[in-house]
Design a protein around this ligand. Structure first.
Ligand code: ADP
Ligand code: MG
Length: 928
């Protein structure tokens, strides 16, 4: 394609440069060649993923338990010749197996659906392409591109398929992913000789490249796996999405619990054997087997089997909550990192401010003017500000003409008759100013009707350069119009127009600098506007740097960009929550400072502002030293952002950073949380972000941080709930082993307090259902009044460990006492164990209302979470049911009780929670 003429390429692909494909034709091609997608991920086959779930550390304990039931069953069948006991051991094994299968199935399914729901949520971050179909430009999903589509790419876009360029405008592309060459490559549309190397095909754009400058129009020549990227896609091994930090922390915790469980089991078995030896002077095989079957329940009791599933569900619920608040999270791990954020570095324009720019004042030809501000309404007075009323349109016309011609923005009337901005807001403000002076690009064109008027080149605005230029041909003369940040422009300026004279810059410098500072102190954004006369040679061939010099300054515009009203409150809230807010902007330091002060980012207008220039001069060590105290960075280029992040991270800060341009992508990746704008952000930044603000608002960052903290709090709550239950289970069984040393009524000293199946039921049903309902809990009123969590801190810090220990111990004791009482009152084994089982179930169902607060259950309405109520009711009713239904009686060794006993096992277990919580409130006790 690169060696063919543009026209031939278009003919071959049966398309038209000016009409594009028809939708019908495009759909036909899509059906024929398939979507424009590359299957990059080497997906783990489903069976392998499922196998993984089957061998999670937690599940291994259950496999061991199955092994033990098999040994114990064969012993019962073949040696003891006691088939009923053998059968019940076998049942136990089967039930544990079922639990394993269900649990792993759930884990596996939850992984898939979490991924799917994240993918669905982030459909807004799916790549889009600007394409010409049926003669109109529209945005479509990049996956729907087909060969022959005419597409436009511009700075900040990805190139979504292989294209042959048909026209370009200062187009520069980074295709390092294919060629390893990290410098941007200038593109054009000249036909190239055959056998040109991939890296030299300057008339082609390749899928996956990023546009770093300018724009271009091209025709799609290959899509999906037929692209150059597709051909090597097999070689690209995407890094698999690893476990989230919290998943890792929980895995580590469960591994420790496993070791503890094995320890406890060993101790219990040794204890039994020693006891037997002391009593009879021998150790019998039957004694060993009896204590093994008790140990199975113990092993199962010690492990929070459902914790991984519950965690994953809670995180997914969190991601959905965030999405409802207009924060789109791209990976589950970011959900909890968000809550730990300590520094938020935010762009100013558009995020902290409204990005509704209006020129209110300007200084042209040495005179002051003011313009009426009516938003985007193109009508309004321009009045002279001079005392002697000498300011005339003659003074400002060259300034305004330059600003309007060097400009690609527009204003458009919508159906309601209101004006809408189209394009860069700064540029829009200048177009609106032009209209107030009756100068539009269209009437400038008409005026020069007889001349050959043409816009030859546009060097778009870049935040690195902070300038924008346009080369215009007027008949035989060529002019350059450049505008940009005044301090930058002045470095490229030689002359200035003052009171109808062109004088050397030095004569006007003082006056201009004072003027700029005046505007900036009033929080106005400033733009200097210039012109230059060029030769034809220069106009056509000079490089950007050669063009943008020897400028003549025509004037300076002062543009207001009002701060967003709600941001001030958000910042105050974040400060209260111990999160620092930093402003990073390309604007003038005084403008930045004035706005930062109005928003409450800095408390005094004297606060230090660091400029890009200064950052350049500082060493990393020097920057590290001052970075914690700086709240405003001005005249910053995207490269500086990375250094700022790294310096903050060295201080152990968790940094969230926003960005909207292509050059911001590396900084977003370096940040702990990269934040991109959903509306104004470029595709490239959205791709490298962790959080996308669907509404571009700073306030959404605040609500996301709050949501992140809430989710983390919920995770701690359900951990507390589950682990407390595990402690109670282990303890009640151990107490049985140690304190029931001879038979009581029908209960022998070898009968475990709870059977393994009962323990499994508690872990899988009555514990985990309420636990994941905790994921729906809202914020306990005060998440944003606490300091950010220390990411290095253990999950069990802040009294969580002691709370689990105390509450678990009391709950375990209650269960044991209930069991002991039942045995003493002469109940058969099944009934005594059922009493213990229900005491445990209701103990934890009462306890869950306390686990969800950092205070006590008296401070949080149980009705605030309907899911929790439903889960608790379901768990209560189903647990009661399995003691009444014959089928479950056989399967689980449960038995029905009399009504008074039922009432007792439902309400007595409430006592520990209510009494301990009451004492806690009365004596301000924190550790339980
Ligand atoms: P920020 O996004 O942080 O507000 P920018 O990088 O957009 O900063 O702008 C930095 C400076 O560049 C502005 O203060 C202004 O002087 C200048 N500038 C911004 N937009 C344009 C534009 N479209 N044309 C020329 N100069 C611009
Ligand atoms: Mg900007």
């Amino acid at each position: 394609m690169y060696s063919q003429d543009c026209k031939d390429v278009l003919n071959e692909l049966k398309t038209s440069r000016h009409d594009g494909l028809t939708t019908a034709d495009a759909n036909e091609r899509l059906a024929k060649y398939g979507p424009n997608e590359i299957q990059q991920e080497v997906q783990e086959p489903a069976w392998k993923a499922y196998l993984h779930a089957l061998t999670e550390p937690i599940i291994i304990i259950l496999w061991i338990a199955i092994g033990l039931t098999l040994i114990s069953a064969s012993y019962d069948f073949f040696i003891k010749k006691d088939p009923p006991s053998g059968m019940s051991a076998l049942y136990e094994g089967i039930v544990i197996l079922i639990v394993i299968l269900i649990n792993s199935g759930l884990t596996y399914w939850q992984r898939l659906s979490a991924q799917k729901s994240l993918d669905a949520l982030s459909s807004a971050s799916r790549h889009q392409s600007n394409v010409l179909r049926d003669q109109t430009w529209e945005k479509i999903d990049a996956s729907k591109l087909v060969e022959g589509d005419i597409v436009e790419v511009k700075m900040g876009d990805f190139i979504e398929a292989d294209v042959r360029f048909l026209s370009v405008n200062e187009l520069q592309v980074n295709e390092s992913h294919l060629t390893g060459e990290s410098d941007a490559i200038q593109k054009d549309f000249q036909t190239l000789p055959e056998h040109t190397d991939l890296g030299d095909r300057t008339n082609m754009g390749f899928s996956g490249s990023t546009v770093v400058n300018g724009s271009g129009i091209g025709v799609v020549t290959a899509t999906g796996s037929h692209t150059e990227l597709g051909k090597i896609a097999d070689l690209l091994n995407r890094t698999p999405t690893g476990k989230t930090p919290i998943e890792r922390a929980i895995n580590q915790l469960t591994k420790r619990l496993m070791i503890a469980a094995i320890g406890v089991v060993m101790i219990a078995i040794t204890y039994d054997l020693v006891k037997e030896y002391l009593a009879t002077n021998t150790i019998t095989f039957s004694g060993l087997m009896a204590s093994v079957s008790g140990a199975i329940a113990l092993a199962v009791a010690a492990i929070p089997d459902s914790m991984p599933v519950v965690l994953s569900i809670v995180l997914t619920i969190g991601a959905r909550t965030l999405a409802r608040n207009h924060g789109l999270i791209k990976s589950l791990s970011s959900v909890e990192t968000l809550g730990a954020t300590t520094f938020i570095a935010s762009d100013k324009t558009g995020t902290l401010t409204k990005n509704e720019m209006t020129v209110t004042r300007f200084f042209a030809n040495g005179r002051h003017f003011a313009a009426d501000a009516n938003g985007y309404d193109p009508v309004g007075e321009i009045t002279s500000f001079e005392e002697d009323e000498t300011g005339q349109p003659a003074d400002y016309l060259p300034f305004i003409k330059s600003a309007v011609l060097n400009n690609e923005a527009q204003i458009q009337r919508n159906e309601n008759g209101n004006y809408e901005p189209l394009g860069n807001p700064t540029d829009v403000s200048l177009i609106v100013l032009g209209s107030k002076a009756k100068i539009t690009r269209a009437n400038l064109l008409n005026q020069t009707d007889d001349e050959d008027f043409d816009i030859l080149r546009v060097l778009p605005f870049e935040s690195d350069r902070k300038m924008m230029s346009t080369v215009v041909k007027f008949g035989d003369s060529y002019k350059l119009f450049t505008k940009g940040a005044p301090d930058v422009i002045m470095q490229h300026t030689t002359d200035v127009s003052l009171k109808d004279q062109i004088v050397p810059l030095e004569q006007g410098r003082e006056l201009l600098e004072k003027q700029i500072l005046d505007y900036a102190d009033d929080a106005l954004r400033t733009i200097a506007v210039t012109k230059r006369t060029l030769t034809k040679q220069q106009a056509l061939h000079a490089t950007q740097a050669e063009l943008e010099q020897d400028l003549t300054l025509l004037g300076i515009a002062g543009i207001i960009d009002p701060p967003r009203a709600e941001v001030r409150t958000s910042i105050a809230n974040l400060h209260k929550a111990g999160v620092q807010v930093v402003m990073i902007t390309g604007d003038h330091p005084a403008t930045a400072q004035a706005i930062a002060y109005r928003l409450g980012i800095i408390r005094s207008q004297q606060a230090r502002t660091l400029e890009g220039q200064e950052i350049e001069e500082l060493s990393d060590a020097q920057l590290f030293k001052i970075v914690p105290d700086i709240r405003v960075y001005a005249r910053v280029s995207p490269e500086h952002k990375q250094r700022i992040i790294k310096a903050l991270q060295k201080h152990d800060q968790v940094v969230a950073m926003t960005g909207d341009g292509v050059n911001d992508a590396p900084a977003l990746r370096a940040a702990d949380i990269g934040i991109a704008m959903g509306i104004n952000g470029t595709e490239v930044t959205k791709d490298s972000a962790d959080l996308i603000l669907l509404d571009d608002k700073f306030t959404t960052i605040e609500t996301s941080v709050a949501a992140g903290r809430t989710i983390f709090a919920n995770i701690k709550n359900f951990m507390r709930q589950e682990l407390t239950t595990n402690v109670a289970e282990v303890l009640s069984i151990l107490l049985g082993t140690f304190f029931i040393t001879r038979s009581i009524g029908h209960v022998s000293e070898l009968t475990p307090t709870l059977t393994a199946i009962m323990v499994l039921w508690v872990n899988m049903i009555s514990d985990s259902l309420p636990a994941f309902a905790l994921g729906y809990d809202g914020a306990e009123h005060d998440v944003m009044s606490e300091k950010p969590r220390n990411v290095h801190e253990s999950l069990l810090a802040n009294h969580l460990l002691s709370r689990i220990a105390v509450r678990g111990a009391v709950m375990g004791l209650t269960v044991f006492v209930a069991f002991y009482w039942a045995a003493q009152s002469g109940m058969p084994v099944n009934k005594a164990q059922t009493v213990a089982f229900l005491t445990l179930v209701f103990g934890q169902l009462w306890h869950v209302f306390d686990a969800r607060t950092t205070h006590t259950l008296f401070r949080r309405s149980p009705f605030s979470n309907p899911y929790l109520m439903a889960a608790v009711l379901f768990a209560a009713i189903s647990s009661l049911a399995i003691t009444m239904l014959p089928f479950f009686n056989t399967l689980m060794g449960t038995s029905s009780l009399t009504w008074p006993v039922y009432l007792a096992v439902i309400f007595v277990p409430a006592l520990p929670t209510f009494v301990l919580s009451g004492l806690k409130e009365m004596f301000k006790i924190n550790f339980w």
